[in-house]
Ligand binder design. Structure first.
Ligand code: TXA
Ligand code: MG
Length: 317
């Protein structure tokens, strides 16, 4: 394996302090990290990802107190969610001060922030006196990486170092929550923290995740998380009826009685395990010789909602 991949926090720290980029592990997906307070480092993130400047980045810290000075008044419900779920797969969109460079937030008056739940990255963040801006470490619109190798395969040449924290144990990106002017809780992206758990803390939420035209969440493009091959969605019952042997399948817990290449996401029917395996399975089938991919529609509850959201966007071509 390349020396670019390793577990040395001091190497990562030195690069970040020098305003270079480092890929970091989190419990959701790997991030492409740089000093959020340095416009130059942030510009490199957009360049490496080939990401349009209208799509804002989220900030990562190990301690809410470290970023509080960059934020305006924090809604009570936001504080409650942070206290309950951080570190964890939850991003809060909050009103920011001018200390966060505009390039980081695409000129919005808000910034997304989260404390990721990954030991190595928390140790790194604890040694930094600035937050890390980090989008998922994939080229724009492709599937997010859930291992150091995934990052290396696509961005390795452009990065000095990838901090290897193993496979991401949640495997889908964080749930993104914002607040309306009347302090209604808004869900901008379904993700690794289940809506059911959020509603148990703050009551009913409003889900506004789909589309290109939602100015509050400019990155929620309909086509996203997308393999190069065509991907379609169908019920397990219909997948079993497919007779073309060149089609690759992604299923939840069962395997059709055919010779087709099939990745089963969780034989025991554990939805969390299925989410953790989702992106790696999309990558594997994309790299295989199947003609196109048909994925099973998941139960629309718990992490099944985030899985369906990603599969829907991946199939939007
Ligand atoms: O799990 C995650 O959130 C991962 C890991 C690395 O932390 N990060 C991640 O970042 O998924 P990214 O950039 O791939 O997705 C963040 C999404 C973008 O679609 C962006 O549009 C949205 O968050 N976002 C960021 N700041 C926002 C803001 N101020 N208002 C609304 N949406 C925002
Ligand atoms: Mg992303």
């Amino acid at each position: 394996m390349s020396k670019k991949i390793g577990t040395d926090i001091q190497i990562a720290k030195k690069l970040l302090v020098d305003n270079k980029l480092v890929a970091i592990p989190t419990e959701t997906v790997y991030g492409l990290a740089g000093n959020a307070l340095n416009p130059d480092a942030v510009a490199q993130i957009f360049a490496v990802k080939n990401r349009p400047f209208f799509d804002p980045l989220i900030l990562h810290t190990d301690n809410f107190e470290k970023i509080r000075p960059f934020l305006k008044a924090i809604p009570e419900k936001a504080q409650k969610l942070a206290d309950t779920f951080w570190p964890g797969p939850l991003t809060l969109v909050l009103n920011k001060t001018s200390a966060i460079p505009d390039i980081c937030t695409s000129g919005l008056s808000t910034v997304g922030v989260r404390i990721p739940n990954h030991k190595l990255t928390l140790e790194l963040l604890a040694q930094l006196d600035f937050p890390l801006a980090a989008p998922s470490a994939n080229p724009f619109k492709y599937i997010s990486p859930t291992s150091a190798q995934h990052v290396f395969d696509q961005l390795g040449e452009q990065l000095p170092y990838i901090l290897d924290g193993g496979n991401c144990n949640i495997g889908v990106e964080s749930t993104i929550i914002g607040f309306s002017e009347t302090n209604e809780v808004l869900v901008y992206r379904l993700g690794g923290l289940e809506i059911e758990k959020i509603e148990a803390v703050v009551g009913k939420v409003k889900i506004i995740t789909n589309n290109d035209s939602n100015p509050a969440a400019p990155g929620m493009l309909k086509l996203h998380y997308s393999p190069t091959k065509k991907l379609l969605l169908n019920s397990y019952e219909n997948i079993c009826k497919i007779t073309d042997p060149s089609v690759g399948f992604i299923t939840y817990k069962n395997k059709p009685d055919s010779k087709n290449t099939c990745v089963v996401l969780s034989e025991s029917g554990n939805i969390n395990e299925a989410a953790a395996n989702l992106f790696a399975s999309m990558r594997a089938l994309d790299a295989s010789n199947v003609s196109y991919i048909v994925a099973e529609i998941f139960p629309d509850e718990g992490l099944g909602r985030a899985i369906n959201d990603r599969l829907n966007r991946a199939s939007a071509k």
